[in-house]
Design a protein around this ligand. Structure first.
Ligand code: NAP
Length: 542
């Protein structure tokens, strides 16, 4: 018998440190593989059934083989399949960890951004020796995307906040919420009062998307839609017209899947979540029956991850529809598979698309339709969106990678809402270098270029790719560099005390948290979110 990691896996890797036989992979030491892993896997041949990983997992993703639900049983194969491609090799090396040189006194670090990338840096710094960490966030609530990005039906992932709360409780950490760096306090001021400043501001803006018709009413970014249904204060007054039957989502990453699920979930399912009340009401009255997800490449190259894609098949009242022809691999992709030149995760994704295509249609009330080798050519409509002209694409090799080109064939699809889910980019911060083209802070392995004492981590460091695991790898690397620089006396000592700003601290956040959870308890939901800054500030004051 074995333990099995399932869909909720957040790649936090807490389980790896607890496993006495080192049978969970990939590990953070395998940096490249860990950073791009869809989930973590337990080697069934080495697992000794001890259950240490179950207790360590912050999001309830590990189950005993005997206790798997029917849909979860597939994860037995997903876990074992990984080790068929990457056999277990011992990797754990605690000697690698860079510790602070105690003779140099206390290291003082400011972290800008309390999302997972900033929270992991805080956790990592506190494990390295004598350190004082101040975490700043512009919002009155902490944990960034855990609150405003992770989809409301992924409550298990949000449970990761419990780990960040434990870190925040330590005396060496101070939380300064509702403080905008660059406006309320400058980066230079932070640098003057700390040895180093770590920028963990994520990627707050949608990638620009420009096509004929893109400015029509009814075209929005998935970024705005996600912020709206998650109750981000900047998006709570947005309005989405859900009176149409069909929505088209451009791009097929995990954000597109989050949006497709939320658009097709029933009110009963939504009521189990912490979705913002305004979105709950709008979605409960929605006329949307079909969501079409457009991917410009094929099923082998889809940007979503297989656990998320697989789980769509179990949404109550929702059918995943893929035409058989769409799931077939084009010649180039087929050659890659036949040549053994694809990863386990890619093969799994393509295989799952084939399984959906082979399924008999149930005629469920709502459908999520996946289209591949398709991209919008223009949005149709006079005053508002009436449809999308879809151009067919094919793959071709260019300089060793696969790019797309249009075949010349196209079709028109009636739709009332177009959501572009084509990725995110970072926002510049006053006084910090910025790479406009890539939407990131230019850095050399996390050290901000030409700015001693400044470091960047997470999506603002390398672009909006990868989940929580890659933020954790970033945190380790950046903290290694920062600690090495401090030990080598390359960082200037603080010349001033930190400025006192009227911030919300941990107590204020706990008052908000308590308020929202109590409101949720009274209606049988995890929490009812406050969605405006004045309401959050009032709750923080208790
Ligand atoms: P993403 O994974 O990078 O997907 C972006 C999608 O947009 C891709 O399908 C991409 O196609 C497409 N695209 C980009 N430019 C386009 C254009 N001009 N025209 C048509 N299509 C275009 O980004 P994301 O979905 O925003 O997610 C960001 C990261 O967060 C990802 O690493 C994701 O896995 C992670 N995330 C994880 C979860 C989860 O684990 N549950 C949830 C949400 C997000 P190409 O691939 O062809 O470029």
């Amino acid at each position: 018998m074995t333990y099995v990691i399932t869909q909720n896996c957040c790649n936090d890797a807490s389980c790896i440190a607890e496993c006495p036989v080192d049978c969970i992979r990939p590990t953070p030491e395998e940096r490249a593989r860990f950073a791009s892993a869809e989930m973590l896997y337990i080697d069934p041949d080495s697992c000794i059934d001890c259950g240490a990983c179950v207790d360590a997992c912050p999001v309830g993703a590990v189950s005993y083989e005997d206790e798997l639900t029917d849909p979860q049983r597939r994860f037995l194969e997903f876990n074992a399949g990984y080790f068929a491609q990457y056999p277990l090799v011992p990797t754990y090396d605690t000697a690698r960890i860079v510790k602070l040189d105690g003779s140099r006194g206390e290291l003082r670090v400011a972290i800008v951004g309390s999302g997972p990338s900033g929270a992991y840096v805080a956790e990592e710094l506190l494990s390295r020796g004598q350190v004082k960490v101040s975490v700043y966030d512009a919002l009155p609530t902490p944990w960034g995307l855990l609150r405003s990005g992770v989809a409301p039906d992924h409550q298990h992932t949000k449970d990761l906040a419990a780990i960040f709360e434990k870190t925040a409780d330590k005396a060496a950490l101070e939380l300064h919420l509702n403080v905008a760096i660059g406006t309320d306090v400058s980066v230079d001021e932070l640098l003057a009062s700390h040895h180093a400043v770590v920028l963990a501001t994520g990627a707050a803006d949608a990638q620009p998307w420009d096509l004929p018709g893109a400015d029509l009413t009814g075209v929005s970014s998935a970024n705005d839609f996600v912020a709206w249904f998650n109750g981000h204060p900047d998006a709570s007054d947005k309005v989405f017209d859900l009176s149409c039957e069909r929505v088209v989502i451009v791009g097929n990453g995990n954000v597109a899947l989050d949006v497709a699920r939320v658009l097709t979930m029933s009110r009963d399912e939504l009521l189990k979540t912490d979705i913002a009340d305004h979105a709950l009401e709008a979605l409960s009255n929605s006329s949307v029956r079909e969501v079409v997800v457009l991917g410009r490449r094929g099923p082998l190259q889809a940007a979503y991850t297989s656990p998320e894609f697989y789980a769509l098949g179990f949404l109550p009242g929702v059918e995943v529809v893929i035409d058989e022809g769409e799931a077939e691999l084009d010649e180039l992709s087929r050659a890659l598979v036949d040549g053994g030149d694809v990863s386990y995760a890619e093969q799994l994704k393509a295989g799952l698309a084939g399984e959906y295509a082979a399924k008999t249609r149930t005629g469920a009330e709502r459908r999520i339709v996946f289209r591949y080798l398709s991209e919008p050519a223009r949005v149709l409509g006079a005053d508002r969106v009436e449809g999308v002209e879809i151009a067919h694409t094919r793959l071709r090799e260019q300089d060793g990678s696969l790019v797309t080109e249009r075949t010349g064939e196209s079709e028109e699809l009636v739709a009332g809402l177009v959501l572009t889910s084509v990725g995110y980019r970072g926002r510049p911060i006053d006084g910090v270098p910025f790479d406009e083209a890539r939407g990131v802070i230019p850095n050399d392995d996390g050290r901000v270029v030409a700015a001693p004492g400044l470091y960047a981590t997470g999506w603002i460091r390398r672009g909006a790719k990868g989940g929580l695991g890659s933020s954790r790898v970033d945190a380790e690397e950046v903290v290694d560099h920062l600690v090495n620089d401090f030990n080598a006396a390359l960082l200037s000592d603080p010349s001033t005390e930190a400025q006192s700003v009227a911030a919300i601290g941990l107590d204020g956040w706990r008052a908000i948290d308590q308020h929202e959870r109590s409101a949720g308890q009274s209606v049988g939901r995890p929490r009812v979110k406050l969605v405006t800054v004045p309401d959050l500030l009032e709750a923080a004051r208790g």
